[in-house]
Write a protein that binds this ligand. Structure first.
Ligand SMILES: Cc1ncc(COP(=O)(O)O)c(C=O)c1O
Length: 457
């Protein structure tokens, strides 16, 4: 209706629409209080004369097509480096992922019990805004947990709770290497971290990885020529190749960090899962000059859906990171943080990871044995000392794309090899995660792959 035009009387409107008059009166009152209409005593209700005149819109096919708002009516920045294709996960298919925990083993009952206790004990106290550093109970629990299990000697001001390792990587990247500051990473490395470094505008240099991890001599050569601000490492189990950084290189890297005053961003994403010996203590445990930013989470020990991680660094850096995090995510999930704190304090987490190590070791052994027996002619790999995946190099005669397609038809989903070769080195490698599959699924996966290779030959 045009501005200034008169609405039918309430009685007429009720008759026309076949509804009760009281309903019409209520609707007219609501329109008036929202400012759409004016009522003039003894004259009636009018469309507010101040409203702009809206052109009549023809109902076109275009409108129909865009009725779900697929296309924005404004411009915005699109970033090629953030393009991400979700893996299709069909029910019933087996996912030979990147090295994920088996969600079926997650301590969901224990989480439920602790969560209820937190709600009961604290009534409404934990429902407000909390510290930007994360919930204090969790920080206290982490303080003793990390000092004890990782050989750290940190204090409470060095802990920032994050929504997972990825948030820690992003914060570190934004604060240290944004605006074309220089960063070194392995020439094969964790794609989501590389995406974060690209997003923040880092200038990236790559160095090679061998059986002893990232080659620190190459880092030293680069440091002599460039102004390196940070080195990103997955020292415990290099992602994707799974190798551990050797003790000599650890000492070398820490010494370089001191000399050239760069940060070591140490992403320890699967600390608990080391099978041949005890987990190797992180670089952070030897960091006497304040160069290491230690990042971890509970994604692998509990489940990726539990978005809780931590960033450990010198106090001044943690303060800055907490302030930066605040502007995109005021705080984490306080109730969940308190729940995980209770699980740590009651040793539930330690008991759970002990149980998982045994199960995942058995799965690793079975997967590697079957892979060697059935696919040893096509695939080359070492049995990983730790982690949740095997780094598999495919004979260069073959191509992963075709294998992936054929495997998918038989219900086996494997990752896209491209995410493991971000700098186009042509190694033909791919990670195959064994931890999320039970024995039957492991046998089925290898059997599907075997059939695929038989068809290819
Ligand atoms: C090397 C590495 N770093 C970090 C992460 C991120 O883990 P989250 O953000 O779930 O803690 C992963 C996840 O798979 C990973 O493989």
């Amino acid at each position: 209706m045009r501005a200034g035009s008169k609405l039918p009387g309430t009685r007429l409107m009720a008759e026309t629409l076949n509804i009760h008059r009281k309903t019409v009166v209520a609707a007219y009152d609501e329109l008036k209080s929202q400012g759409w209409t004016d009522s003039i005593p003894a004259k009636g209700t009018f469309v507010c004369s101040a409203l702009p005149v809206i052109e009549k819109q023809p109902f076109t096919n275009n409108q129909l097509l865009n009725s779900e708002k697929n296309v924005s009516g404004f411009s915005f920045t699109r970033k090629k480096h953030l393009e991400f294709t979700e893996l299709k996960r069909e029910r019933g298919s087996i996912y030979l992922g990147d090295g994920l925990p088996d969600s079926r083993l997650s301590p969901i009952k224990e989480i439920a019990v602790e969560y209820r206790n937190v709600l009961k004990l604290n009534y409404n106290q934990d429902l407000g805004y909390d510290s930007i550093y994360g919930n204090l109970y969790l920080r206290e629990a982490l303080l003793s947990y990390l000092n004890e299990t990782r050989g750290l000697s940190i204090n409470i001001d060095q802990i920032l709770i994050t929504r997972g390792s990825q948030m820690g990587i992003y914060l570190a990247s934004r604060l240290i290497v944004s605006d074309a500051k220089e960063l070194i990473i392995g020439e094969t490395n964790y794609k989501a971290a590389i995406d974060a470094f690209n997003e923040t505008g880092a200038k990236i240099y790559t160095v090679e990885i061998d059986k002893n991890g990232i080659i620190t001599d190459q880092i030293e050569s680069l440091c002599k020529k460039k102004n390196v601000s940070a080195v990103y490492v997955t020292s415990h189990h290099h992602h994707p190749t799974t190798v551990s950084l050797s003790p000599e290189r650890r000492m070398h890297l820490l010494a370089l960090a001191k000399t050239y005053q760069f940060a070591i961003i140490e992403d320890d994403y699967a600390y608990d899962f080391h099978y041949s010996n005890a987990p190797i203590l992180p670089l952070a445990s030897n960091d006497v000059h304040g160069n290491v930013i230690y990042i971890g989470s509970f994604s692998k020990t509990i489940a990726p859906a539990i978005r809780i991680g931590y960033l450990i660094a010198p106090k001044d850096f943690v303060k800055e990171a907490a302030q930066l995090r605040r502007i995109i995510d005021r705080q984490g999930d306080v109730l969940l943080e308190r729940t995980i704190a209770s699980m740590i304090k009651e040793d539930l987490l330690k008991r759970h990871s002990k149980k998982l190590i045994k199960i995942y070791k058995t799965r690793r052994d079975l997967f590697c044995k079957l892979l060697k027996e059935n696919l040893g002619n096509y695939l080359n790999f070492d049995i990983p000392d730790g982690g949740m995946a095997v780094w598999v190099l495919l004979d260069k005669k073959y191509n992963w794309d075709l294998i992936k397609k054929m495997a998918e038809r038989s219900g086996l989903i494997i990752n896209d090899w491209r995410r493991y070769d971000p700098f186009f080195k042509g190694h033909n490698g791919l990670r195959m995660g064994f931890s999320s599959l039970n024995e039957e699924e492991i046998r089925k996966s290898v059997s599907i792959l075997k059939n695929v290779f038989q068809k290819l030959n």
